[in-house]
Design a protein around this ligand. Structure first.
Ligand code: PLP
Length: 361
């Protein structure tokens, strides 16, 4: 397979601009230096506008899951209750991961169904230290109601931990307005950098909550990130993945040049175009929505047409040079998913739709 000729239309990793790839080949630098501090600070500044937050931002060497683990493990320890909302694979991951550190109160909905806010409210009324939510559930293509969950969490004094792994950088995510205490994104999704970095924003309330946790993760202890990040010359606690920092900085400059407003609009228009095109092909969307849920603006999940295996659609698309995703675990074969993250263009979407039409006919 010619990698140069392959179009990645999956939910990450996504195509990376040549200037981002080139940035990774720069010489190594001392990670305890003014040069590194400059890169870290630049990234954090641009990320503040992506996250729409004044909260502290940290860059962790590790994928999105490392950020999720850092978030839950830093604020919740044994005996602390964490409500874990699940309506897809990544909600399930948050639940499983939280169970390693805290006492999990699962709130499980069928994958692909919207969240029932009344049930969230009832669980919160019983008391919890934190609640986890996947904003953009990549496995099902649902955009979950983050602002509503934020309001409920605030009312019941629970920390709101939000996986924004596939929404931040591509969709409108208002960390401060929604009251998100910890938000997480992975570098390889809508930010269009290579995989390997997790970005985490942390509120003062979350730092306060960390003080009472005795057994936090060692490598991904967010308090340690704060201590290093607060230095006059900011740094990370341990040796960071320097080439990935170079790449993310360059990717963030692309984000800044486009402007977040335009970037969000592009993701929305292109995802709408995918939905309109598949509707023309009489393909049904997979997620079921309620008044608080929406179709994702970065990933579209469709039901495989009657008598066709979703995996075959994915494999046939691959033969034609377009990498899309199938369903995960229990959704395998039943659905197929087309990502629209990062720097995807109208031409990329048109080529994908064109190939899909051929594959399905
Ligand atoms: N959360 C969501 C919503 C995701 O889509 C993913 C990956 O696809 C993750 C978390 C996990 O991220 P990573 O694979 O970078 O650890």
């Amino acid at each position: 397979m010619d990698l140069e000729d392959t179009l990645l239309m999956m939910p990450g990793p996504v195509p990376v601009a040549p200037r981002v790839l080139r940035a990774m080949s720069k010489p190594m630098i001392n990670h305890r230096s003014a040069e590194f501090a400059g890169i870290y600070t630049d990234c954090r500044e641009i990320l503040s506008s992506v996250f729409q937050t004044k909260n502290n931002i940290f860059l962790l060497s590790g994928s999105g899951t490392a950020g999720m683990e850092a978030a839950v493990g830093s604020v919740a320890g044994s005996g602390d209750k964490v409500i874990a909302i699940e309506n897809g694979k990544f909600g399930e991951r948050f639940k499983d991961l939280a169970a390693r550190y805290a006492e999990v109160v699962p709130l499980v909905f069928e994958w692909g169904l919207p969240i029932d806010l009344e049930m969230v409210k009832e669980k919160l009324e019983e008391g919890a230290k934190a609640i986890t939510l996947v904003h953009n559930e990549t496995s099902t293509g649902i955009l979950n109601p983050a602002s509503e969950i934020g309001k409920l969490a605030k009312k019941h004094d629970a920390l709101f931990i939000m996986d924004g792994v596939t929404s931040l950088g591509g969709d409108d995510v208002k960390v401060d307005e929604w009251g998100v205490d910890i938000a997480i994104v992975g570098s390889q999704k809508c930010l269009a950098a290579p995989p390997g970095l997790a970005v985490v924003s942390v509120s003062e309330k979350a730092f306060e909550a960390m003080k009472s946790v005795s057994k936090k993760p060692y490598y991904n202890d967010l308090m340690a990130y704060k201590k290093s990040g607060d230095k006059p010359r900011p740094e990370t606690p341990y040796t960071p993945a320097i080439p990935l920092f170079y790449a993310l900085q360059e990717a963030l400059h692309i984000v800044k040049e486009e402007g977040m407003e335009a970037r969000i609009k592009r993701h929305r228009i292109l995802s709408e175009a995918i939905r309109a095109a598949v509707a023309e092909m009489k393909i049904e969307m997979f997620p079921q929505l309620n008044e608080y849920s929406h179709y994702s603006n970065t990933i579209s999940a469709m039901k495989a047409p009657e008598g066709i295996d979703g995996e075959d659609i994915k494999n046939d698309m691959k033969k034609r040079g377009v990498i899309i995703a199938g369903g995960q675990e229990r959704l395998k074969s039943k659905i197929f998913r087309i990502g629209c993250m990062g720097n995807i263009t109208a031409r990329d979407v048109l080529s994908t739709i064109q190939q899909l039409e051929i594959v399905l006919n």
